[in-house]
Design a protein around this ligand. Structure first.
Ligand SMILES: [Zn+2]
Ligand SMILES: [Zn+2]
Length: 148
C-alpha cells in the first residue's frame, strides 16, 4: 500500500484517462473511513453533498480504474469498498436477513494456510491464482435478535 492512498487513486485514474475530481476525492475519503462495505444509499447518508446519481457515476469510474471494488451481497444490493491494494486483505461476512456485510480478517496462520490451499486448488485446474475471497453467509446479531 502506498503511503498516500489519494496519490495511488490519482495515479490509477490518470492511467485510465480520468481526473481525480473533488467529488471523487471526497468519495474516496468516505470509503477510507468505512469498516465495512457500504451501499450507495449509505454512502449518500455519510456524504449528503453528493447526489446518488453522481455517487453512482463516480463509483463506476473508480471501479473501472481498480480503486474501488463492488460486491453483490445476498440481498442483491451492490456494496462498495476500496480495493485491497488501497486497504488490506480481508474477507466478508454477509447477512441473509438484511444483506449487511462485515469485513473479517483471518488470523495470519489461517490466512497463509488458505493461501496455500487456494494455490493448490488453482494448480489442479491449471490456474495461477492471484487472489481469493471468502464469503461467510449467515445472520447478523441484529437479525438474530429480531428472530426472537
Ligand atoms: Zn442482518
Ligand atoms: Zn485471504
Amino acid at each position: 500500500m502506498a503511503s498516500d492512498p489519494h496519490e495511488t487513486v490519482a495515479d490509477l485514474l490518470h492511467r485510465d484517462g480520468q481526473r481525480y475530481t473533488r467529488a471523487r476525492r471526497g468519495l474516496v475519503r468516505t470509503l477510507l473511513g468505512l469498516t465495512r462495505p457500504a451501499t450507495i444509499a449509505e454512502l449518500g447518508t455519510i456524504d449528503p453533498g453528493q447526489s446518488q446519481s453522481s455517487l453512482y457515476r463516480n463509483l463506476a469510474v473508480l471501479e473501472r480504474c481498480g480503486a474501488v471494488h463492488r460486491l453483490s451481497s445476498v440481498d442483491g444490493v451492490a456494496r462498495f469498498e476500496l480495493s485491497e491494494d488501497l486497504s488490506h486483505h480481508h474477507h466478508h461476512l454477509a447477512c441473509e436477513g438484511c444483506g449487511r456485510m462485515e469485513d473479517v480478517v483471518l488470523p495470519d496462520g489461517l490466512e497463509s494456510t488458505l493461501h496455500r490451499i487456494t494455490a493448490d486448488l488453482g494448480d489442479e485446474h491449471g490456474y495461477e491464482v492471484h487472489r481469493h475471497a471468502l464469503e461467510l453467509v449467515g445472520r447478523c446479531a441484529d437479525c438474530r435478535t429480531s428472530d426472537g
